[in-house]
Ligand binder design. Structure first.
Ligand code: NDP
Length: 447
């Protein structure tokens, strides 16, 4: 690895080695910039690497709230405003017990390059809390969201920072957050995306990340003249991204064999149909149940407790859509052995670094999340545009914009990778294409 990159990584490791996921994501990005850094001395001269790896601002705050028993509960809230060189900060809020500063720094860092790839003028950020919405009543979730926003509102704004949803933050939570923001500032600002369709949301935003991931997979397959029709697809997760990745894959003629949640995976040997998927949406989004229940609702379905789908059944395509580091080297070896030809990340950094290297070494088409799941933030950008012009576009219009954004991201990543001699290396291509625009803007804007 280039000595400049090496020295930035070792400094960062010395200071933040305990923030494992943050170090992992920086290592992945910087590790793929070797050839660019060698060919463009300006990035070293302006100390871009040292500057881009540190957030512009980190906000941490306590969130006290009262549970249904009348007990006071306290959680920690965060907003990591990572980089605003090309636009206002933008990135989701995650509510999950595993949330800590290191996780949010990894997600915020990834978001910089993802947002840059969308071609929209959006900076990178991420936020959230260690609050767990699972098992809480709607009243408790509302109380938490209101108290979270009581602090966050002073740090965000339509031209400052526009959060969205992520794990544990869906349209219900966005509603409570937006309601509180609006009542504090007395202004209907476009300050959150993922809003409900009747109060400023965009058509296709709920679908966008999952649909976009499948559009990206389909573009990758086209480079090898392969069609999605009839392909066996394994998907992990059963939340927003997984549900709509499954929906689009089924619509395009693929057979979806699995979904999962934090308790385990289901394998549906007959394939999940659109009708069965509606049952899953009702189970997960309305009743907030466990994916395990699907096995007792539908014949020929197995539930595998505490297992991820990757080693359970052969597939052609894998779409990890749950969480970070959910596909490791042993999973990658099993996938390749069983004939998998493409892996397209719907989640953020679901594949470990050694698993990614294994896929690349074995000629598997591999799309990093910052490219293949960028459809969500891109459509959030389209939601902001619609709010700004006070118009709502039809589903078909938003979907067609989403499709062309995903094709552009695919082509930009491929082109950048080809420029440096490795056209199939989407990791290198996405990182170079995303990095260049932000780094050049940082130079233009001065110190
Ligand atoms: P949801 O909360 O809707 O769903 C998350 C799913 O992943 C659930 O099935 C959940 O299971 C499972 N999951 C979460 N954490 C774990 C864990 N530690 N181990 C095993 N399973 C887990 O989130 P989203 O679908 O919105 O997000 C999924 C991924 O996609 C995340 O990495 C997110 O950052 C990324 N992403 C999301 C975007 C969006 O627009 N929503 C945009 C871009 C990326 P359970 O129900 O048991 O909690």
């Amino acid at each position: 690895m280039n000595s400049y990159i090496n020295s930035v990584l070792s400094d960062l490791n010395a200071k933040y080695g305990h923030e494992k996921e943050y170090i992992q994501s920086v290592t992945e990005v910087l590790g793929s910039l070797d050839k660019l850094i060698e060919s463009e001395p300006k990035y070293k001269k302006f100390k871009i690497l040292e500057r881009i790896v540190i957030p512009e601002r980190v906000i941490m705050f306590k969130v006290p709230w009262i549970d249904d028993k009348g007990e006071i509960q306290i959680n920690i809230g965060y907003r990591v405003q990572f980089n605003s060189a090309i636009g206002p900060y933008k990135g989701g809020l995650r509510f999950h017990p595993s949330v800590n500063l290191g996780i949010l720094k990894f997600l915020g860092f990834e978001q910089i390059f993802k947002n840059s790839l969308t071609t929209l003028p959006l900076g990178g950020a991420k936020g959230g809390s260690d609050f767990d919405p699972k098992g809480k009543s709607a009243r408790e979730v509302m109380g938490f969201c209101q108290n979270f926003m009581r602090e966050l509102y002073r740090h965000i704004g339509a031209h400052v920072d526009v959060p969205a949803g992520d794990i544990g933050v869906g349209s219900r939570e966005i509603g409570y957050l937006f309601g509180q923001y609006k009542s504090i500032v007395n202004s209907y600002d476009s300050v959150l995306t993922g809003k409900g369709i009747n109060w400023g949301g965009s058509k296709i935003r709920p679908e966008a990340t999952g649909y976009g991931c499948v559009y990206f997979a389909s573009e990758m397959l086209k480079t090898r003249k392969i069609d999605l029709v009839g392909k066996r697809v394994l998907i992990s997760g059963a939340g927003n991204v997984a549900q709509y990745a499954a929906q689009k894959a089924i619509q395009l003629g693929a057979t979806v064999l699995s979904l999962s949640d934090s308790n385990g995976s289901i394998i549906d040997h007959d394939g999940i149909t659109l009708e069965k998927l509606e049952m899953i949406k009702e189970l997960k989004n309305v009743r907030r149940g466990r994916i395990e229940e699907y096995a007792s609702m539908v014949p020929n379905v197995e539930f595998h407790r505490d297992c991820r789908p990757w080693q359970l059944i052969p597939c052609d395509i894998a779409l990890p859509c749950a969480t970070q580091n959910e596909l490791d080297l042993a999973d990658a070896e099993a996938l390749v052995k069983n004939g998998c030809i493409a892996v397209c990340e719907g989640a953020n950094m679901p594949t470990t670094l050694d698993a990614t290297a294994f896929f690349q070494k074995n000629g598997i088409l591999f799309a990093p999340g910052k490219a293949s799941n960028a459809g969500g933030v891109a459509t959030s950008g389209l939601e902001m545009s619609q709010n700004a012009i006070r118009l709502n576009w039809h589903s078909a219009e938003v979907d067609s914009r989403l499709q062309s954004i995903m094709v552009n991201i695919h082509d930009a990543a491929r082109k950048a990778a080809a420029e440096f001699g490795e056209p199939d290396n989407y990791v290198m291509g996405a990182n170079i294409a995303g990095f260049r625009k932000v780094a050049d803007a940082m130079i233009d804007l001065g110190i």
